[in-house]
Design a protein around this ligand. Structure first.
Ligand code: DGL
Length: 278
């Protein structure tokens, strides 16, 4: 993530921060953002009508990301002062294009937390669970290349897992977590074993209770919610709102009941959800 300059456009400290994901997964980032920036307003868009992104081609993810950003910039409320792409797959596919197309808008993305994992690992073997799209992206390949020689990353695409989390299908979540953890390899503290797990998809923290039962006790499981929230605060600088109780607006292109339930369960948010057609 790279520090941004704040635009000189007409966004003010009171404008909301836009956040989007393919669905409910970005709520794991929104939770960290609220904790870090309690005075900010957020507009969260779940593109659940078009989820999951992780097994779609790049052009599809780029088109959806563009549609959501246009919505966030044009509709009521009038503008956003920053955008958080709370989706590893959309960040990998589209962040460079969105930055070119909206040079005045600070854009913060998420990427699998390989660097912190390499620093934390003793065996230097790290498991990475992510979507097929994220793992196949140029951006992820460049990140892996930048860490060559620091650690070995065992990358496991988890087809179907984000979708099962999206649908809140407990038995499928359980089965897929068991399958993918087994497929990743042997976890443990001995040499040659994987001693750190990276959750490289913002949906997966919502399965971490299941994942934890499949791993040795106290195995570090690393996701990016808190670092992204801290980075957003740094990027906003003096444009941070104060003396204001942050309001959250939730919008979805899918089933509003699922987003409302997920927001209540995972973020403790009880707010109405608006349906979007974009
Ligand atoms: N939550 C998203 C991510 O971080 C995408 C999951 C999906 O839609 O496949 O990659």
């Amino acid at each position: 993530m790279i520090a941004e300059t704040i635009p000189s456009g007409n966004a003010t400290p009171t404008h909301p921060i836009g956040v989007f994901d393919s669905g409910v997964g970005g709520l794991s980032v929104l939770k960290a953002l609220r904790a870090e920036l309690p005075h900010e307003d957020f507009v969260y868009v779940a593109d659940s009508g078009y989820a999951p992104y992780g097994e779609r081609d790049e052009a599809f993810v780029i088109a959806r990301s563009r549609a959501i950003v246009s919505h966030l910039l044009q509709n009521d409320p009038p503008a956003i002062k920053a955008l958080v792409i709370a989706c590893n797959t959309a960040t990998a596919a589209a962040i460079h294009l969105l930055r070119q197309e909206h040079p005045g808008l600070p854009i913060i993305g998420v990427e699998p937390a390989l660097k912190p994992a390499a620093a934390a690992s003793r065996t230097k073997r790290i498991g990475v669970l992510a979507t097929r799209g994220t793992l196949a992206s140029q951006k992820f390949k460049a990140l892996l290349a930048s860490l060559e020689g620091h650690a070995e990353f065992i990358c496991q695409p988890c087809d179907g897992l984000a979708d099962a989390i999206e649908r809140d299908d407990e038995s499928k979540i359980r089965a897929l977590c068991a399958y993918y953890i087994r497929a990743t390899g042997q976890f443990g503290l001995n040499s040659g074993e994987i001693d750190t797990l990276v959750l490289g998809c913002t949906h997966y923290p919502f399965a971490s209770d299941h994942i934890r039962t499949l791993l040795p006790a106290d195995m570090p499981i690393i996701d990016n919610g808190e670092p992204v929230a801290r980075q957003t605060r740094r990027v906003l600088g003096e444009h941070t709102a104060s003396n204001h109780v942050g309001q959250i607006t939730l919008r979805t292109t899918g089933d509003p009941t699922l987003l409302a339930q997920a927001a209540r369960r995972w973020v403790g948010l009880d707010v109405p959800v608006n349906t979007l057609s974009i």
